[in-house]
Design a protein around this ligand. Structure first.
Ligand code: 0PR
Length: 386
């Protein structure tokens, strides 16, 4: 009910504390299945300071707009491009929608079709529904990467583009993006890479010597990339990233907003009014951590994921779906449903809806949390397999 009279702040806060007491928090170490993490304290400072900036009317906040452009360019640099075109958006969903919109608008075919791996995130289903694009799903290989031959077989005159994934949602698998890029170039199609998760992992993992395929703008067929700072970039929600290689992609999705307080602009994002503070936090976190800072986090979490995978193998009744590629470890069990129920009962933030349990070794996940989880897992499997 809408209250007639206002209450004092302390009372309202107390009520909020009470109502959110059931929420799992990242610092509890119980959230193991999420791609989000605790906000970095420095990002919180930045967001609090610039909370009022609105990039929906950049004429009013000219400085913030420049910073967003710099943030986009820093992300483009990380992805092998000197200058990129794009935005800090609300997340991977919006970034993928913008990419599909650009491919559709530039293709100008009557019955647009998009070819994407069966492992693609459900945001593409939203994009397809909203944009009137038919999704053509390509099969996966035994290692869960997309079957490039099958992608080629599915190209028609109606194809508007191809999607490859660098860090799949379920398993953290990186598709053979070099082969997809060659294919895209051969057929004159744009390749969009969904690196919502992997974008802030793969460049650092490669620098650490992990054998991972190229996945970014260094490959000429790649025309756009989704890269989310609110996942492994450690920026608070909402902070997604869409980067285009060429200006024409952004122009193809820009709508004229003629009457804004700050003046006329062309707007490409789905959201109109949108948080400038989060774009500034992307800029600030990149400046604060630098390549070395992110590399250190990725080193720790990649090593922890490998250790966790090796410990899982020692537990009878569970099996790895595949060796981890990034800092995501997924495992199955004959008794999956019961196992999920028992783990949830013990307060673990995991889900088994894909047919396996996914553990994302995010920055907030520490070895002691995983040790505790493994103990519970052993105990539960002991009772389930009796
Ligand atoms: N692309 C990929 C590869 C993704 O994994 C995701 C999200 C998206 C796009 C969409 O990103 P946004 O959710 O930012 O729009 N993947 C996570 C997932 O489905 C999202 C998530 C995050 C789910 C935290 C739960 C959670 O606790 O697992």
């Amino acid at each position: 009910m809408f209250p007639l009279k206002g209450a004092i702040e302390e009372d309202v806060l107390r009520e909020l504390d009470k109502k959110t007491a059931d929420d799992l928090t990242f610092d509890s170490g119980k959230i193991l299945g999420s791609m989000c993490t605790y906000p970095h304290p420095f990002a919180i400072r930045v967001i609090t300071r610039y909370i009022d900036r609105n990039l929906g009317d950049p004429g009013l906040h000219v400085g913030s707009q420049k910073i967003e452009r710099e943030a986009v360019n820093m992300l483009a640099n990380l992805l092998g491009l000197e200058k990129g075109y794009g935005h800090i958006v609300s997340g991977g969903t919006e970034a993928n929608i913008l990419a599909v919109r650009a491919m559709r608008n530039l293709a100008e075919v009557e019955k647009p079709e998009l070819i994407l791996p069966e492992s693609a995130h459900f945001s593409f289903i939203k994009a397809a529904e909203m944009l009137g694009v038919k999704l053509v799903w390509a099969e996966l290989n035994g290692d869960y990467t997309v079957n490039v031959k099958d992608v080629e077989n599915k190209i028609t005159d109606n194809t508007i583009g191809i999607v490859g994934i660098a860090g799949t949602t379920g398993l953290g698998v990186v598709d053979d993006i070099p082969a997809l890029s060659d294919l895209a170039l051969n057929y004159g199609l744009p390749l969009h890479v969904d690196a919502a998760f992997g974008g802030f992992v793969i460049p650092f993992a490669k620098a650490l010597g992990y054998a991972l395929p190229d996945f970014d703008f260094r490959l000429k067929g790649v025309k756009s990339i989704t890269i989310d700072p609110h996942k492994m970039g450690m920026v608070p929600i909402p902070a997604g990233g869409i980067i285009f290689r060429e200006k024409k992609f952004l122009e193809s999705i820009s709508i004229l907003a003629p009457y804004l307080a700050g003046g006329k602009i062309w707007q490409a994002t789905i959201t109109g009014t949108r948080p400038g503070a989060n774009a500034l936090a992307v800029w600030a976190m990149i400046k604060h951590l630098g390549f070395e800072g992110y590399k250190k986090i990725v080193r720790e979490k990649m090593e922890l994921a490998r250790w966790f995978a090796s410990e899982l193998k020692k537990i009878s009744g569970v099996y790895l779906i595949r060796e981890p590629v990034l800092n995501i470890v997924s495992f199955g069990s004959e008794k999956l449903e019961e196992l999920e129920g028992e783990l949830k009962e013990r307060g673990w933030g995991i889900s088994a809806h894909r047919g396996y349990i996914r553990i994302v070794v995010m920055p907030h996940v520490k070895r002691e949390h995983l040790e505790e989880f493994l103990e519970d897992l052993k105990e539960i499997m002991g009772t389930l397999t009796q």
